[in-house]
Design a protein around this ligand. Sequence first.
Ligand code: IDP
Ligand code: MG
Length: 155
Amino acid sequence: MANAERTLVLIKPDALQRELAGEVLSRFEKKGLKIVALKLTNLDDSTLQEHYGHLADKPFFADLKSFMMQTPVIAMILEGLGAIDEVRKIVGATNPREADAGTIRADLSMNVPSNMVHASDSPENAEIEMKRFFKDDEVFTYVKLTDKYHFGEGV
Ligand code: IDP
Ligand code: MG
């Protein structure tokens, strides 16, 4: 939709290990975010070096990378009004014990790095991250019957 944003989300290995991937995806769907790309993919060291480059100097960086390689992750692009901020709101603060109740991280996790989900934090990073994980022909545009509720005005 012309007035909507797109954002990159990863469902992390702890969610897959704990059989909570469906629960996480369901929360985004229920909000009214449209799935426009979705796949299971393995992360390698160089992808993680790029993706978490802002954390490369941290003492936990090696552990973070090996955590993210425990299983494939589910990568997706979600579309919606203000999707970047709305998804970050639903995901909650980085530390699950500081996240607000009702968020995915607060409700379903206890610790870092195993906090269930990655979500882009700005329009600039969303563009970079969507390209990092998806080719153009893996991203879909389609009409849903519910679009008028989630994207329309005055309905
Ligand atoms: P974000 O995921 O909320 O955007 P970032 O600061 O970008 O938070 O950190 C990326 C990821 O690195 C976090 O989601 C978490 O998995 C991991 N992480 C962040 N801080 C720590 C830490 O202090 N110890 C271990 N892992 C951390
Ligand atoms: Mg981040």
